[in-house]
Design a protein around this ligand. Structure first.
Ligand SMILES: [Mn+2]
Length: 359
């Protein structure tokens, strides 16, 4: 595995590449052209400039998170052809620039949902949190306003004001899209892009829906083992793979995370590792990465990744806001650096135990 950190790019991220390079064991970043809109074709010069900036800082561009999917592709309207063509061109250019992992998601309207971006924990740190009753009390059109004040002046991925201004129309456009239609539209998209992925050896890594159930009545399909295996089988190509995000699949306590990892052997191209603390089934908050701070056994997750021979990029996921840092919620430097170091420690211990025949 390669330990990485997500980085939004100069002008968007409060964290610098120099700071990232100083985290022991972090050798790459996962980035994106943050200023582009879903459906836009990425310019070669922009891709190369991003790559050069990262490499000049002594790091590698380990993959893209994300190349976002235009709503027309998810809804399946006739203009999807043009947007898929644009996506293919972007993939082609990424391949030519020697980038081989692309994370994306197939969630309607909202990329991810939290009811709070700065819930205070007993130690004074703040974290993103989800409370179903709070979500149920919000009309979707007001969702953006309800959290905009907690973004610390940043624009959060999937919550771009340009898209959020049209939430009502988006809901209308998705009204005939149910789970089956969404599966069919995903299959159509994947079949169209697989040839370019084969040509340039690009691993597509779908990010699970977060939380892993329907919110505001919208369909959600990348939520559990049954559905993700269905998705792997419906386009049975190793380049059709997943981002294993423990904090997203883990929102549903019925998901057995180590078992899911083992069942996806060979198809996990990217890993997000994060811990959650459940106060009830309907209320959880993002904890520190350490097992004892949350509800997941992080050793078991890392062991499962080791056992399947995972060799892709991995990153600590959302961190707590600590030590008075002001940054994009979930994406500060300090707690993610602690997370990377902890996950590297677990990995080293697992690796050495195996080498010495201790299980
Ligand atoms: Mn994730």
């Amino acid at each position: 595995m390669q330990m990485t950190l997500r980085w939004y790019g100069t002008g968007y991220d409060t964290v610098t590449l120099k700071q990232i390079r100083q985290i022991p064991g972090v050798t790459g970043v996962i980035s994106t052209l943050y200023g582009t809109q879903p459906g836009e074709t990425w310019k070669m010069e922009d891709i190369l400039a991003l790559k050069k900036e990262i490499e000049d800082a002594g790091l590698s561009l380990a993959g893209i998170e994300s190349v976002n999917i235009h709503d027309a592709i998810k809804i399946g309207t006739p203009d999807r052809e043009q947007y898929i063509d644009n996506y293919i061109t972007t993939l082609e250019r990424l391949g030519q620039a020697d980038v081989h992992m692309v994370c994306y998601n197939f969630m309607p309207v909202f990329d991810w949902t939290r009811s709070e971006l700065a819930r205070k924990r007993p130690d004074g740190s703040t974290v993103l949190a989800y409370n179903q009753a709070a979500i149920d009390a919000i009309v979707p059109e007001k969702m953006f306003e309800s959290i905009a004040g907690e973004m610390n002046g940043t624009v959060m991925p999937g919550w771009e004001p340009e898209r959020m201004a049209h939430v009502k129309e988006l809901f209308e456009a998705y009204k005939d899209v149910d789970d089956e239609k969404l599966f069919a539209n995903l299959k159509y998209f994947l079949e169209r892009i697989m040839p370019v992925c084969d040509k340039y050896d690009i691993n597509m890594a779908i990010h699970p829906d977060d939380p892993a159930w329907s919110v505001f009545g919208l369909p959600r399909i990348i939520i559990n083992k049954k559905n993700i295996l269905r998705m792997m089988q419906m386009v049975d190509n190793p380049h059709n793979g997943v981002t294993f995000c423990s904090g997203s699949y883990g929102t549903n306590l019925e998901n057995d995370l180590p078992d899911m990892i083992r069942s996806l052997k060979g198809r996990i191209h990217f890993a997000h590792v994060r811990n959650l603390k459940f106060n009830s089934q309907q209320d959880f908050e993002e904890a520190a990465h350490l097992s004892s701070d949350g509800s997941f056994d992080m050793y078991e997750l890392m062991l499962a990744l080791y056992d399947i021979g995972f060799d892709g990029p991995i990153r600590p996921d959302h961190g707590r806001m600590i030590w008075d840092e002001v940054a994009m919620p979930g994406y500060g430097l300090y707690d993610r650096a602690l997370g990377a170091t902890y996950l590297n420690g677990l990995w080293e211990a697992i690796e050495k135990s195996h080498e010495r025949g201790i299980k």
